[in-house]
Design a protein around this ligand. Sequence first.
Ligand code: HEM
Length: 413
Amino acid sequence: MATQLREAEVPAVDPLDVSRPELYRDDVWQAPFRELRATSPVHRVEHSDFGPYWSVSTYKPIIQVESLPDLYSSQVGGITLADFIENSTSDVRMPMFIAMDRPKHTGQRRTVAPAFTPSEMVRLSGNIRTRTAEILDSLEWNKEFDWVDKVSIELTTQMLAILFDFPWEDRRKLTFWSDWAGDIELVKTEELRLERLKHMYECGAYFQNLWNQKLGKPPTPDLISMMMHSDAMAEMDQMEFLGNLILLIVGGNDTTRNSMSAAAYGLDLFPDQRAKLEGDPSLIPNAVQEIIRWQTPLAHMRRTATADTELEGQQIKAGDKLALWYISANRDESVFEDADSIIVDRPNARRHLAFGHGIHRCVGARLAELQIATLLEEMGKRRMRVNVVGAPERVAACFVHGYRKLPVEISKY
Ligand code: HEM
């Protein structure tokens, strides 16, 4: 136990251990990743809170790993650096298809994919625009408020409530559950793990009730109904049902929310780029990609090697875990010139890896893009500029990369 170790035996903090939550809380992750990319793109970290792992920090090997899903499994160890704790009363397996390998992954992904087709996006677009307009019109001009709470959380939570046909007045429960589910730092104490588990069960029970209400009714275009009426998912056990629900809640919530916060924060950091965008709304689709690249709302996904192999000259052993740092690949100078800056008309912004790559590439990417683009368009129509008036409060975690609070004022341009 750490408390029984003499001082000299306690491993020193490894400056290249990029899993440390304070790097993200304090926004100082850029320098260690710059060093990793330059000196050791596939780098072994022996001691971390998550045990030993390989850091993959440049663009090319991440593509390589994600293109070999049988060799680099999502299922064996899951998709975050945090390991599942076997034989524990405070941890429980909730299988979800992001953490499954083929062939099971293929069938379950196919079940929800129809909710995110281009034609579904057209169907949802009017509703997204109306709600975005309503939220923007409810904001007070020239008066400080928290953009995360009033805009980013509200918009994404409303979207999820619609996707799930979730009771409107209870929709902030989705935010609450998503925050608990997505925070992998919580696994570090038994007490927090137990509390998380309690909330996940509450979430499960709530959704089980919604499911029961739909039993025997004709299909409706929401995700619960789609899951119920599909062959691949209809036979899921309760844990699998819960796992996939949580996947969709977290997948669609924290990520889009933090991109919307990044749109406000990042454009304020680069006012010349904001002016360029304000002057030319046709740049919005590209700016959306650029903001997602710059933010990278999920800093990493994990894979576990299923056999001994080699990656960029490093010997990887079966069972080793690898963190694919999208956050770093999206700052890879050999792919993105002046990568730390937002450049709204960056020619290759679309090449970012924030949605991953390969068979697990984000199934909700189109929906996220649509929501962020609509937000920028509606802000443009109102000539609304978001001015950041205080330091943001950031999430202290190496998985969800985002903001807890962002004090702003809005003004006309
Ligand atoms: C998968 C990021 C929005 C649902 C993923 C992955 C990433 C990601 C990195 C894993 C890719 C991999 O392992 O290769 C993002 C970002 C978003 C976003 C940055 C917003 C800017 C959404 C939305 C939804 C969603 C809106 C749904 C409502 C999912 C699901 C998966 C996934 C279900 C699992 C796909 C699979 O395993 O086949 N996302 N996501 N995501 N995302 Fe998203």
